[in-house]
Design a protein around this ligand. Structure first.
Ligand SMILES: *Cc1c(COP(=O)(O)O)cnc(C)c1O
Length: 458
């Protein structure tokens, strides 16, 4: 008998979970104004809100914490992290930051000015937020295939080179400070970018003399997909693929809370000493001195170790398989899920799940609330709430996709948990025709509103 697939780690420490009742959840979600970010964690049974900072560190990472060097300047932990970043990404210069958006804040302060255009593949919400905050514009150049959730395309994160070239041609060189490629592309569904596409973007950027930045939160998952889906990479190691990927970028920002499997942290890494010097000023201003930038020595140690573990093939295979397992359980029941499955999450196509709810009533948020009520499972809306209003017109932006994202934390939940989540959502699917009402906004912030929005259901 062929041996079945099995996880590449075992459990050493556990954390109890509280299983609530339907009645309790009805009360709690009303008190939370139908915003899942307002729930207390003990009101959630299985938390698939995000894979950001929610992973389980390994015994080696916990051991590395004890060896942290808390010196203000020149700490050995800083040099350990510098070596790990250089070995894994190839970038010789780096700046630590407290998380990914802080890296964006520091780098964009040095590179982006009012009136600029920043083309890329479905910019992440904080990335877009930091661009728009500077009165610059993020231009989405993702391939059209990404917006058809039923289409089977191996690299739905790819940049459409025609769309990109149009932006580069039509705007002055000094209006385009960088091209941003997000690997994997979170906003379009955790979808990877192929090595060929990364190389083609590089070539085009060179032609127009524009720097390329990789928003790299899930770079290791991207490398796994290149290895398993792109011709010519099956026999190349994850580490080698990662190095080849980053050869096509000038600078990267990292949310270490994702593929580096730590609970907090980030960094910027780059080739260029002049950019490093310029960004260092903002790092010191916003984050801290360049040898710690918002991180303690112990956290830099755990991060260095996490970068090595996060780029091991066995770990990545376990992770991607777990995500795909949940996706398959839902797909087999008929639930409309994005295909192929993403690296860190399953995206449920809420428009196809609840076609009777008008888009003005926040379709994906409505579905997220139903799933919470059903089983205490917390997912997250990736749709109209997240898309914010257009800063110029003040109108809601209706994205092509209304998704409920079920994000899987790294090394945290078991296969039984995945079965539970699938059963809960499949139950909602079976009673979907009884869901007639969506939600209305009562209160919202002008930017990144989904975190604090208050809603009502009448
Ligand atoms: C999470 C994330 C960020 C922001 O990082 P934080 O650590 O949450 O500040 C930026 N880009 C992408 C693609 C992300 O997934």
């Amino acid at each position: 008998m062929k041996l079945p697939f099995s996880e590449s780690y075992k459990i050493k420490m556990v954390e109890p979970l509280y299983r609530s009742t339907y009645r309790e959840r009805e009360q709690w979600i009303r008190d939370a104004r139908y915003n899942l970010f307002n729930l207390r964690s003990n009101q959630v049974f299985i938390d698939l809100l995000t894979d950001s900072g929610t992973g389980a560190m390994s015994d080696r990472q916990w051991a590395a914490l004890m060896l942290g060097d808390e010196s203000y300047a020149g700490s050995s932990s800083y040099y350990k992290l510098k070596d790990a970043i250089r070995e894994i990404t190839g970038f010789p210069y780096f700046l630590p930051t407290h998380q990914g958006r802080a890296a964006e804040n520091v780098l964009f302060s040095a590179m982006i000015k009012e009136g600029d255009m920043v083309p890329g593949n479905s910019h992440f919400d904080t990335t877009k937020g930091h661009i728009e905050y500077r009165r610059a514009k993020a231009i989405d150049c993702t391939i059209d295939e990404a917006f058809d959730t039923t289409l089977n395309h191996p690299f739905k994160g790819n940049v459409d080179l025609k769309k990109l070239e149009k932006v580069l041609k039509e705007n002055a060189r000094d209006k385009i400070p960088m091209i941003i490629v997000t690997i994997t592309c979170n906003s379009s569904g955790g979808q990877p970018v192929s090595m060929k596409n990364l190389r083609d973007v590089r070539k085009m950027a060179d032609k127009y003399e524009i720097p390329v930045m990789f928003d790299s939160a899930r770079f290791a998952e991207n490398a796994y997909f290149i290895k398993t889906r792109e011709k010519g990479f099956a026999d190349i190691s994850i580490r080698e693929i990662v190095l080849q990927m980053f050869k096509n970028a000038d600078v990267m920002t990292m949310s270490s809370k994702k593929d580096a499997i730590v609970n907090m942290g980030g960094f910027i890494a780059m080739n260029n000493k002049e950019l490093f010097d310029r960004a260092s000023i903002f790092n010191i201003l916003f984050e801290g001195f360049i040898s710690y930038g918002g991180m303690s020595g112990r956290d830099m140690n755990a991060l260095a170790q996490g970068l090595y573990e996060g780029t091991e093939f066995d770990y990545l295979e376990t992770r991607i398989n777990q995500v795909a397992y949940l996706g398959k359980r839902l797909k087999d029941h008929g639930v409309p899920v994005q295909y192929p499955f993403g690296g860190h999450a399953i995206f449920v196509d809420a428009k196809r799940f609840l076609p009777q709810i008008p888009r003005e009533e926040f379709i994906a948020q409505t579905l997220a609330i139903e799933l919470y009520l059903e089983g205490g499972v917390r997912g997250v809306e990736i749709g109209t709430l997240l898309a914010d209003r257009d800063p110029e017109t003040g109108e809601n932006r209706y994205p092509e996709l209304e998704m409920l994202r079920l994000t899987i934390p790294r090394r945290v939940y078991t296969r039984d948990h995945m079965d539970y989540v699938a059963a809960a959502l499949n139950n909602v699917f079976d009673r979907r025709q009884d869901i007639h009402k969506g939600l209305k906004i009562v209160k919202e912030a002008p930017i990144l509103r989904h975190f604090t929005v208050e809603l009502e259901r009448d």
